[in-house]
Write a protein that binds this ligand. Structure first.
Ligand code: GLY
Ligand code: MN
Ligand code: MN
Length: 444
């Protein structure tokens, strides 16, 4: 039963699109992820493979999609777990073959236990095999075994797939362009993420522990229907904000420090990815504000460059120009802007890129460069993050003491459109006055 009223993607259409991109006599085998054991009888929460989810929407483990263009007995086949009342008592409900057939609108469903029996015959007569090689060595070996079985019939005049091609090359390019149903899901994912951030701003108090603030934001995610965070939440007070992937979240939030929260909810498989950096006591100090305004200006310059037709590298370049100008104004760097950028002098304070594709994966799939290594151009339907920052670690003696220990990042999720970009996270305050006003309002 869906908790949120979200559109269902047209999975059969996506599978037909993928088959059109494959050779007529190709076959694709796309398994979902493998459950991972945490210890003894406990598993990590299961989350399906993103390519598999994109093509099926089917969230159960032990499932494999096979696509065979032109196959007379069905082009779209799903292998999944059969119903099993005893196992379902322990592990939860299963769709079963009939349920999966109806849910996924494939042509046929077989039991996952029939893979060995069915797949070799499905490979016979096919020239190309599309498969995500290298993700699961056990399954890789099974696929190669099935291919060898088909190959062993060569003297009977049977052809087999001589080439194995990474199916990701086709699926990832499809995933890069979000269709209307996906954009609705992403609006929901980022909307719920944003509600969590606003709540955290209002709850934050000096003396709270980072994990307590983390629980406030994640509580909102869950309460609004997100089954999981999209990635481990980062809640870093003071100098902890200078550790880019800080996830210990176990220090006290001190009066006078900033706190950086990088957290996003997953909804219908799609990731939100938002960062805000705000004062623990509700008011930015003059020194914090000086840095904050530079990062905010860089972020706005980056967003302004998210325009269809512009190279994807532009928005990083525009953000870096503003950061470097700011570092020169603060006299942390000296020299010409161009030379400082050329030398990478800013990387001591800004050591990551300005964003990434966003979708089913938080760092979503898709190339950033063309084959000739030039930056690819932005196109409508792409979704990306814009997330510049400045990090003045306490040990960075190139920074005057006034600013040491300050780390700031501001991150929004943005859709490329034919006109101005759509900022999915725009309802989370980021201007100093707006954040201070929201924090002053206190808990809702
Ligand atoms: N939260 C991961 C990132 O911002 O890339
Ligand atoms: Mn982030
Ligand atoms: Mn990000």
């Amino acid at each position: 039963m869906p908790i949120l009223d979200l559109p269902t993607s047209d999975y059969p259409f996506r599978r037909r699109q993928l088959m059109q991109k494959m050779h007529d006599s190709a076959v694709a085998i796309i398994p979902t992820a493998v459950p991972k054991q945490r210890n003894s009888d406990v598993q990590y929460p299961f989350r399906g493979d993103s390519d598999f989810l994109y093509l099926t929407g089917f969230e159960e483990p032990e499932a494999v999609l096979v696509l065979i263009p032109g196959h007379s007995e069905g082009e779209q086949i799903l292998f999944c777990r059969p119903r099993d009342p005893a196992r379902e008592t322990w592990d939860g409900r299963r769709a079963g073959l009939e349920g999966a057939l109806a849910q996924c609108q494939v042509d046929r469903c077989y039991s996952i236990h029939d893979l060995n029996e069915q797949i070799p015959a499905l490979l016979e007569g096919r020239e190309l095999l599309f498969y995500p090689m290298g993700q699961n060595s056990d399954f890789d070996a099974r696929v190669m075994h099935w291919r060898n079985l088909a190959k062993s019939k060569i003297r009977q005049g049977i052809r087999y797939p001589q080439e194995v091609v990474d199916v990701g090359g086709l699926v990832h390019e499809m995933r890069l362009f979000k269709d209307p149903a996906e954009l609705e899901c992403m609006r929901a994912a980022v909307g719920i993420s944003g509600a969590g951030h606003r709540h955290a701003m209002r709850q934050c108090q000096p003396g709270m522990m980072e994990y307590a603030l983390c629980s406030e934001i994640e509580h909102v995610f869950r309460r609004l229907g997100s089954p999981s965070v999209a990635y481990p939440s980062i809640v870093g007070g003071g100098e902890n904000a200078c550790i880019l992937h800080y996830t210990e979240n176990n220090a006290e939030l001190r009066d006078g420090d900033l706190v950086l929260i990088d957290a996003g909810a997953e909804v219908a498989g799609y990731a939100g990815d938002i960062t805000r950096t705000f004062p623990v006591n509700g008011v930015y100090s003059p020194a914090q504000r000086e840095i904050y305004e530079i990062v905010l200006a860089a972020q706005e310059a980056g967003i302004a460059a998210v325009q269809a037709g512009r190279p994807v590298s532009d928005y990083h370049d525009e953000a870096v120009k503003v950061l470097v100008d700011g570092l020169r104004d603060l006299k942390i760097l000296s020299g010409s802007r161009d030379a400082l950028i050329e030398q990478g002098a800013y990387k001591a304070f800004y050591m990551h890129g300005t964003g990434h594709w966003l979708g089913l994966d938080v760092h979503d799939v898709g190339h950033y460069r063309n084959k000739d290594k030039t930056s690819r151009k932005l196109e409508s339907g792409m979704v990306l993050t814009v997330e510049p920052g400045l990090y003045f670690a306490p040990a960075n003696l190139a920074v005057p003491e006034r600013w040491r220990g300050i780390g700031i990042r501001i991150e929004d999720d943005v859709v490329v459109t034919a006109a101005d970009p759509e900022i999915l996270s725009q309802n989370v305050p980021k201007k100093v006055a707006d954040i201070e006003a929201m924090m002053a309002a206190g808990p809702a």
